[in-house]
Design a protein around this ligand. Sequence first.
Ligand code: SF4
Length: 60
Amino acid sequence: MSFSCKNYDYNDDKCLMLKQECIPGRPGCVLEGRIALSETLIERIKELEHKKGSGSQKKK
Ligand code: SF4
């Protein structure tokens, strides 16, 4: 990690605020909408959204 964030837990490699994996710029992150994301980060956020979507789908 090449930045410093007060919410980042260096021992656990997780976000203390979101209690999830730190992906700078992810939804809920303090940096959301404030930084230009690299393609790698965009991919990680997309994967995250994809996982969320497939895990919470309900049949009607
Ligand atoms: S997800 Fe965002 S708020 Fe959380 S530790 Fe990473 S950079 Fe900080």
